[in-house]
Design a protein around this ligand. Structure first.
Ligand SMILES: C[S@@+](CC[C@H](N)C(=O)[O-])C[C@H]1O[C@@H](n2cnc3c(N)ncnc32)[C@H](O)[C@@H]1O
Length: 170
């Protein structure tokens, strides 16, 4: 994963929840956590959901995040599994970064984000699977920083279970 991004600063946002968080609407909750690892789940959810911020907002962590972000505000930043959160826009608008690429494997959400932020050329939206990045589109060292907020959690929702079953069986 991320093979094209060697020597890049990584920022995995995992958050110990010590504050009340916005809960998902009942309509978007899957019957089984494994659904979070399925592209079909996200496509269906993003067909109707306009915006949802997982874990934390930019404002919640702006100060802590600062040390991981590039010094040069024009350096390219990649957000993986961006969903329909405002995080990319906030990094641009509040953090003053001017070269932000956001990827997600859901075509529905990438289309929606392109439309929503069409006035901002500083924000690029690309439909791509973060586990299979094409080195032509994402050459080695092309980003100064990669931010993952809750995307790995989605990927791992299936893996963790498999690991647990494996552990129990052995
Ligand atoms: C829990 S949401 C997090 C969304 C957003 N980062 C946030 O913090 O609000 C997980 C996101 O990861 C995306 N995703 C899951 N697996 C992916 C993959 N292999 N490649 C790209 N995006 C993926 C989903 O489509 C979804 O938008």
């Amino acid at each position: 994963m991320y093979s094209s991004l060697r020597r890049t600063q990584f920022c995995f946002i995992r958050y110990k929840i010590v504050m009340p968080i916005k809960l998902e609407a009942r309509t978007t909750l899957p019957s089984n956590n494994k659904a979070y690892a399925k592209k079909e789940y996200w496509e269906e959810r993003f067909a109707t959901e306009e915006s949802f911020e997982w874990l934390v907002s930019y404002d919640d962590i702006a100060i802590k995040l600062e040390k991981y972000l590039p010094r040069d505000k024009a350096d390219p930043i990649l957000l993986v599994g961006c969903g329909n959160s405002n995080f990319s826009y906030d990094i641009f608008c509040k953090g003053d970064f001017t070269n932000i690429t956001s990827i997600d494997y859901s075509e529905n959400v990438i289309d929606a984000m392109k439309y929503k932020y069409s006035e901002y050329p500083e924000l690029k939206w690309i439909c791509a699977d973060m586990t299979e990045l094409d080195e032509d589109a994402f050459p080695v060292d092309s980003f100064a920083c990669v931010i993952d907020k809750a995307a790995m959690d989605a990927l791992m929702s299936e893996v963790r279970l498999t690991y647990l079953v494996h552990y129990v069986e052995n």
